[in-house]
Design a binder for this molecule. Sequence first.
Ligand code: SAM
Ligand code: SF4
Length: 329
Amino acid sequence: MERDQLRDGHGRTIGDLRLSVTDRCNFRCQYCMPAEGLPWLDRAGVLTFEEIERLVGVFASLGVRDVRLTGGEPLVRKDFPSLAAMLAPLVDDLSVTTNGYLLERDAKALVDAGVNRFNVSIDSLQRDRFFEMTRRDSLPQVLRGLETLAAFPEAHPIKVNAVALRGFTEDEVLPFARFAREHPYEVRFIEFMPLDGDRNWDRDKVLPGDELRAAIHAVFPLEPMPREPSATARVYRFADGQGKIGFINPLSEPFCGDCNRIRITADGKLRTCLFSVGETDLREPLRTGASDDDLERIIREAVWRKELKHHVNEPGFVQPLRTMSAIGG
Ligand code: SAM
Ligand code: SF4
């Protein structure tokens, strides 16, 4: 039975759940994870497929229609396409964010399972620079994965995400603009956020989306497209009609005002903001016989307290203990 839509205490309706299926990853991106990895969650502590299915069912009954599966790297979780097949019937939109390394193997199974949107993360189109950023020499493998996915029209439009870092991305921006013009991919640049495992984030390393946009516009003129409600990206089309490009500017142009997102970590903690310093445990209630009504009450109370906005731009900002890969970006 459909209940009242999930809302927070600031009048925002919550309809988008990002669910991490693992904190593990086969890459070690500089802006996310240390070279040696992180202390992984104990496998017994990670939600099972059945627990995830039950939670998604409860969220769907509260009006959550969009679910994005992420990680860590979601495709390293064993039998991940089977999990996608369990969840797809519960929601309108089931999407996956991946580094693309295993897409050549899994794209078909994921599309068949009902995943209808994909974000593939690529920070450089040059092999040596891709290696430098991800600490893996895997650009050819990732591009093969992207092509395998692109062969499925149901998976379009495919989004390609690049984290923008000062001193690195300036040289990538025009090759990515050409890539977006020549392929059916919407490339989106994401500002570097203080969620890295090495805790090396520094304001000077943030490359604001406006700078990238101006660099592209000088060569390939851009026209703004209307912003969808609750969207993270500001999307532009190339004035000659060939392709689109987007900018996710959480620091220079925060979009907290109409944020409709919440997150669940691989160990079942509900987080109401990427930058939350507190979280609400759903795993223990799940494992100790909570009813759906009990879960609904816990979720509603936590979501009601969703943060009004992030405080990254304010003095005294505290980086959350969990890093991006442990939260589920
Ligand atoms: N492993 C998958 C991937 O890389 O797409 C999914 C998880 S990853 C944490 C999700 C997204 O977060 C990726 O697009 C990644 O580039 C981005 N990301 C990771 N750390 C970030 C940071 N410190 N600032 C901004 N974006 C970050
Ligand atoms: Fe892994 Fe994604 Fe983090 Fe890179 S950004 S280390 S691929 S979780």
